[in-house]
Ligand binder design. Structure first.
Ligand code: S3P
Length: 446
């Protein structure tokens, strides 16, 4: 596992008074990446407001520029993209560097696979260690070629797009919105219908946004939990307006903090509540959390609401494996909540956590253990013994993973002794103002 960046920023969190106030966490990361990529593949102008200006998304913006789109920042979180049209990407003169971002990298691989150009894909040490075969396999079936980089399974690598991409019917081997999206983005350039079948539905932002840009896309249920998505290729996408709602995966951090810090009562504005993203909220409610949805609306193309969160007594629960895709990025912070709960929480089916920004299954267990929480990994399950309080006092290794850093700091806000993280620098990939925003709610971070 990765341990350090060149210039680590250690931070410590300690218990203080209740958290109070109203905040809007930054724009949704998944939607921000997709807005830039589809904007670049559309004809005409796409105006985006509320874009997440985190490092991951900024790297996607840079890659869209390198591929020939005009991408301009017009004000705070307000961006305009002049697209080049489907199949219109130009050969980039520089390697595309996605930094820490698996989503940016894998989605752009899909978009490039449908264009007759070659591009070098690269990233930081964390991204270089992550599997790319899962995306390259279907893209090769569609006619793309991987022409560098060992077995082609790790970055850096060169991807040559297909001159005449072939539509496919592809069954994703694991529930992954990144794999699904890569195939659909490549399918935009193919003649005929590209179909993706997933056994368990993963986040559907690509499908919703493709429709918004004018593509013909039909989604049907497949089995008890899955979906069949059929996209008609050689689509003409036209520029649109996109409002990015607040990211539920970022909202998860102040939300869990408010639940575990006694007396807290906070409001989270404009949080996206797409059911394929809200498994954490559902699970926390089952644990006894007070999370109230106020002013639900969907004027952004995605459902969203204001959330009122009050400190709550939590109890352990069993989290079923089929819920994993709807909360795949939230298990770290759920494990923090489970540590403060009374009783045992069992989280089933967490295999995919092993291939995120770090091995999050091991890293979560280590984060809890070093802070005195009894935790066990059994196969793909994580078992946390909650004791109603957490001793704390640990130094948590972040492994270049933003969500480990934020989860550990949330833990420290309610533990008996402070919790320190070795490097909070990676928080900037998804939630650049995390520290000041948490401080504005009353959190003690220094
Ligand atoms: C994402 C999909 C998920 C998630 C990631 C964002 C997306 O990854 O972990 O943070 O925007 O499509 P997988 O699709 O690989 O599970």
């Amino acid at each position: 596992m990765l341990t350090k960046s060149d210039d680590p920023t250690p931070i410590e969190a300690r218990a203080g008074g209740p958290l109070r106030g109203k905040v809007r966490v930054p724009g949704d990361k998944s939607i921000s990446h997709r807005a830039l990529i589809l904007g670049a593949l559309a004809v005409g102008e796409t105006r985006i407001s509320g874009l997440l200006e985190g490092e991951d998304v900024l790297n996607t913006a840079k890659s869209m520029r390198a591929l020939g789109a005009r991408v301009e920042r017009r004000g705070d979180f307000a961006w305009v993209v002049q697209g080049v049209g489907v199949s219109g990407f130009a050969q980039p003169g520089v390697p595309l560097d996605f930094g820490n971002s698996g989503t940016g990298c894998r989605l752009v691989m899909g978009a490039v696979a449908g264009c007759p150009i070659a591009a070098v894909f690269d990233g930081d040490a964390s991204l270089r260690s992550r599997p790319m075969r899962r995306v390259l396999d279907p893209l090769e079936l569609m006619g793309a070629r991987v022409t560098a980089g060992g077995d082609g399974g790790r970055l850096p690598l060169t991807l040559t797009g297909a001159r005449d991409p072939v539509p496919v019917v592809y069954r994703t081997p694991v529930p992954s919105a990144q794999i699904k999206s890569a195939v659909l983005l490549a399918g935009l350039a193919a003649p005929g219908v590209t179909t993706v079948i997933e056994q368990e539905a993963s986040r559907d932002h690509t499908e919703l946004m493709l429709k918004h840009f004018g593509a013909e896309i039909v989604v049907n249920p497949e089995g008890p939990f899955g979906r069949r998505i059929a996209l008609t290729g050689q689509a003409e996408l036209h520029g649109v307006e996109i409002i990015v709602p607040a990211d539920p995966s970022s909202a998860a951090f102040p939300l869990v903090a408010a639940l575990i810090v006694g007396g807290s009562d906070i409001m989270l504005n404009d949080v996206m509540t797409n059911p394929l993203r809200t498994g954490l909220f559902k699970t926390l409610r089952e644990m006894g959390a007070s999370i109230e949805e106020i002013e639900a609306r969907s004027d952004t193309g995605e459902p969203m609401a204001q959330l009122r969160v009050r400190a709550s007594r939590l109890h352990g629960v069993e989290v079923p494996p089929e819920r994993a895709p709807s909360m795949i990025d939230e298990y770290l912070v759920l494990a923090v909540a489970a540590s403060f709960a009374e009783g045992t929480t069992v989280m089933h089916g967490l295999k995919e956590l092993r291939v995120k920004e770090s091995d999050r299954l091991e890293a979560t267990a280590a984060m809890l253990r070093v802070n005195g929480v009894a935790v066990e990994i059994s196969g793909d399950d994580l078992i946390v013994q909650g004791g109603g309080h957490v001793p704390g006092g640990g130094l948590v290794t972040t492994h270049m993973d933003h969500r480990i850093a934020m989860s550990a700091l949330v833990m420290g806000l309610a533990s008996d002794r402070p919790v320190k993280v070795d490097d909070a620098g990676f928080i900037a990939t998804s939630f650049p103002n995390f520290i000041p925003m948490m401080r504005s709610l009353g959190a003690e971070l220094s």
